[in-house]
Write a protein that binds this ligand. Structure first.
Ligand code: SF4
Ligand code: SF4
Length: 97
């Protein structure tokens, strides 16, 4: 990870993001290209850039989709644990289809 990637990850943690959650990289659909997923990804599909520790491989990399950088910790969506986040984001995805 680059220095800016580390800074970005520290900022996310400071906001309340749980390291190793990764729910926002699985539950929502992403309609912009992701390296390795040129069409983006459907809802419920794991992003190929999510590593085994559920951290983004592209933190701080210019190829990381701008959309990903905009998704910050939101207690209403992220809940208090990973399963809650997966359920809430999936529900939002269905409601906004
Ligand atoms: S769903 Fe929320 S807590 Fe989980 S990784 Fe994304 S921003 Fe962080
Ligand atoms: S590129 Fe990174 S932040 Fe964006 S969905 Fe994939 S793993 Fe998550």
């Amino acid at each position: 990870m680059s220095a800016s990637g580390a800074a970005e990850q520290r900022a996310a943690l400071a906001e309340g993001c749980r390291p190793g959650c990764g729910a926002c990289c699985i539950a929502p659909s992403i309609h912009s290209p992701i390296p390795g997923m040129p069409e983006g990804k459907p809802a419920g599909v794991r992003c190929v850039q999510l590593d085994d520790g559920n951290l983004c491989r592209l933190f701080g990399d210019p190829s990381r989709p701008a959309l990903c950088a905009r998704f910050g910790f939101d207690e209403a969506l992220c809940g208090s644990h990973r399963e809650e986040a997966l359920e809430r984001i999936a529900a939002l995805e269905l409601a906004t289809r």
